[in-house]
Design a binder for this molecule. Structure first.
Ligand code: HEC
Ligand code: HEC
Ligand code: HEC
Ligand code: HEC
Length: 189
């Protein structure tokens, strides 16, 4: 029998395991599932030590000391003690490039006020190419479905991967290859 004939014969039969056959494609006008952006749990609050009984990381809100009717709260706290260990290593920009005067939120270059929750808009203002790549899905990763007709998708927040104050990704150290214990010493592959 010719090999071509065998191939045609093989193609004409059904799946050997029908349960592994592809699912039916959803209708092209099926409703789309949502795309959500994961928000870091202590976004816009000072990280504290430990977690609450639900396992949520503890954090202190900025208005504990800033912007309240009692300016003494801030005056009494020692700034060195409060934010002294914060390392800013983010190009030649200052706290005021991002934080609003009352410290309760962020602002764009034109003065537009932003909530901490909208921090990605702030990043996008100065990092247009990365924000564009992110919007197209080639920066920042995702989990869930490519085809939103089949299920929802979750995107990472810029701040899931980059610290706001020292955003550099550390170089990855190359690791030694795993030891293959099954391989005989000196054996050729
Ligand atoms: C326990 C009190 C406390 C909390 C909570 C706190 N701060 Fe502060 N912060 C201070 C004090 C005190 C200063 C120094 C005096 C000032 O500038 O008002 C300061 C200064 C700052 C400055 C200016 C630093 C500089 O070098 O000019 C920024 C920006 C700032 N805080 C942001 C924040 C943000 C954002 C939060 C919340 C995520 C926050 N702070 C929470 C006490 C606090
Ligand atoms: C590039 C913009 C940018 C600059 C510059 C910047 N911040 Fe922030 N900062 C942010 C964003 C965005 C957040 C929210 C991220 C978070 O809560 O993890 C934040 C969070 C904070 C917090 C609360 C979270 C934490 O890490 O404790 C404090 C306090 C703070 N900033 C103070 C400062 C101070 C003081 C300076 C200057 C020395 C400064 N920031 C400079 C953008 C900036
Ligand atoms: C006001 C402008 C401004 C804002 C807002 C801003 N950045 Fe930057 N960012 C800079 C500058 C300037 C540099 C330094 C570029 C350089 O050194 O080549 C930089 C560098 C970086 C780098 C690259 C560091 C490296 O060399 O690998 C990352 C990552 C980054 N920023 C992420 C962020 C994120 C995330 C946010 C939002 C929280 C943000 N930036 C907000 C101006 C900004
Ligand atoms: C899943 C993690 C992740 C998320 C989310 C993410 N980044 Fe990055 N980003 C990286 C990594 C990893 C690099 C380093 C790439 C390299 O060295 O080639 C990087 C590099 C960068 C750089 C440095 C320039 C460059 O291309 O090397 C900038 C600026 C940047 N990201 C901005 C952003 C902004 C703005 C967002 C949100 C819109 C964001 N990133 C979201 C992981 C992430």
């Amino acid at each position: 029998m010719s090999p071509l004939f065998l191939l045609l014969l093989a193609c004409s039969t059904d799946f050997e395991h029908p349960e592994r056959a592809f699912a039916e494609a959803p209708a092209s006008d099926a409703p789309l599932h949502p795309v959500t952006i994961h928000a870091p749990p202590t976004l816009g609050a000072v990280d504290a030590v430990g977690t609450d009984i639900h396992g949520t990381p503890l954090a202190v809100s900025c208005d504990t000391c800033h912007g309240g009717s009692d300016p003494l709260a801030a005056a009494n706290a020692n700034p060195e003690e409060m934010h002294g260990d914060l390392v800013l290593n983010h190009g030649p920009i200052s706290c005021e490039s991002c934080h609003s005067k009352d410290r309760l939120g962020l602002h764009l270059a034109d003065g537009t006020e932003l909530e901490f929750g909208d921090a990605m808009q702030l990043c996008g203002q100065c990092h247009g190419p990365q924000k564009r790549d992110y919007d197209k899905g080639s920066h920042g990763g995702m989990t869930g479905y490519w085809d939103l007709r089949q299920g929802p998708r979750e995107r990472n927040h810029c701040l899931d991967c980059h610290g706001a104050h020292a955003p550099q990704i550390k170089p990855v150290k190359p690791a030694a290859p795993p030891i293959d214990r099954g391989r005989v010493q000196g054996e050729e592959h």
